[in-house]
Design a protein around this ligand. Structure first.
Ligand code: DGL
Length: 267
C-alpha cells in the first residue's frame, strides 16, 4: 500500500482527459496535476525542448512526493519517454503504447489512422509500436496542429471546428482506415466533431482509459495502490494561470479546481 499521490502532466489542459480516467479507474488515488500552460504548445517544439520541459516537470512533481508519473501527453510520450525513464527512478507511464494496443485490437481491415501533433507524427512512435505488435497493419498519420489551440480556446463544437476537422480529414479518410487513434490528449474534447466527420464506420479511439489501466495494473502488481479511501483533494498546478482554465476544467472534468502557479523554470 502506498498513499502517496500520482503525478499527471501535459503541456496544458489536454491531460485532464487522462485525469478523468484516473478519477474513474483509481478513485482512491490523490492526483497532482501539472499543465505547462506558459509553454504550450509542445507539438510544434523540437524533441530537445519537449524533453527538457518534461524533465523539469518530473523534477517538480518529485518535490510533491509522487509515487508514479503519467505523461498525459502524446508529444512527450512519443519523443521523451525513454530519456525520462533513464533519468528518473520513479515509474513513468506514457499514453502511446496504450493507443497502439487499442488500434491493433480495434482494426478489422488492418488500416489504422493516427492523428496527433506535428511532433508526435514526426517521431513515428505510433507507427513503430503498432508495427511491433502487428507488422501487417498499415498506419496512416496526420498532424492536426490547429486542434490544440482550438481546444485551449474552448472551441470544441462549432462551425469553425467542423470546417477545420473536415479540412484535416478529407484526404486522410480516403485511405480506407477503419480506426482513428486520438493521438493527442486534447483531441477527445473534439471527439464529437471528429466522429461526425469520420462517419459511423470508423472507430474513434481515445487511449486514456487503456493508459490508466496500465498504471492501475502496475500499482496492483507492486502493492502500490492507495489504501486511503477518504475524499481526495486533488491539486492542480499550472506554469501560467490562464483565465480559460476554469471553463476548460469544467469541459473536461465537469467540475472546477482552483489552480496554483509554479515557476517551472526553477526546476
Ligand atoms: N496534449 C498534448 C499531446 O497529447 C500536446 C499538445 C501540445 O501542446 O501541442 O500531444
Amino acid at each position: 500500500m502506498d498513499n502517496r499521490p500520482i503525478g499527471v502532466f501535459d503541456s496544458g489542459v489536454g491531460g485532464l482527459t487522462v485525469v478523468k480516467q484516473v478519477m474513474k479507474l483509481l478513485p482512491h488515488e490523490k492526483i497532482i496535476y501539472f499543465g505547462d500552460t506558459a509553454r504550450l504548445p509542445y507539438g510544434s517544439k523540437s524533441k530537445e525542448a519537449v524533453t527538457r520541459f518534461s524533465k523539469q516537470i518530473v523534477r517538480f512533481l518529485l518535490t510533491r512526493d509522487v509515487k508514479a508519473v503519467v505523461a498525459a501527453c502524446n508529444t512527450v510520450s512519443s519523443n521523451s519517454l525513454d530519456e525520462l525513464r533513464k533519468d528518473f527512478d520513479v515509474p513513468i507511464f506514457g499514453v502511446v503504447m496504450a493507443g497502439a494496443r487499442d488500434a491493433v485490437s480495434s482494426t478489422k481491415n488492418n488500416r489504422v489512422g493516427i492523428i496527433g501533433t506535428s511532433a508526435t507524427v514526426r517521431s513515428g512512435a505510433y507507427e513503430r509500436l503498432i508495427l511491433s505488435l502487428n507488422p501487417d497493419i498499415s498506419v496512416y498519420q496526420k498532424a492536426c496542429p490547429l486542434f490544440v489551440p482550438l481546444v485551449e480556446e474552448g472551441f470544441t463544437d462549432n462551425e469553425i471546428v467542423r470546417l477545420i476537422v473536415k479540412e484535416y480529414m478529407s484526404g486522410f479518410l480516403s485511405t480506407g482506415i477503419d480506426s482513428i487513434v486520438l493521438g493527442c490528449t486534447h483531441y477527445p474534447l473534439l471527439k464529437k466533431c471528429i466522429g461526425e466527420t469520420a462517419g459511423s464506420d470508423i472507430l474513434i479511439l481515445d487511449p486514456a482509459a487503456s493508459a490508466v489501466s496500465e498504471v492501475k495494473e502496475y500499482l496492483e502488481k507492486e502493492g502500490g495502490l492507495s489504501g486511503d479511501t477518504s475524499f481526495k483533494e486533488h491539486v492542480f498546478y499550472l506554469s501560467d494561470i490562464t483565465e480559460k482554465f476554469d471553463m476548460l476544467c469544467k469541459m473536461a472534468l465537469n467540475k472546477t479546481f482552483v489552480p496554483k502557479a509554479v515557476d517551472i523554470e526553477k526546476y
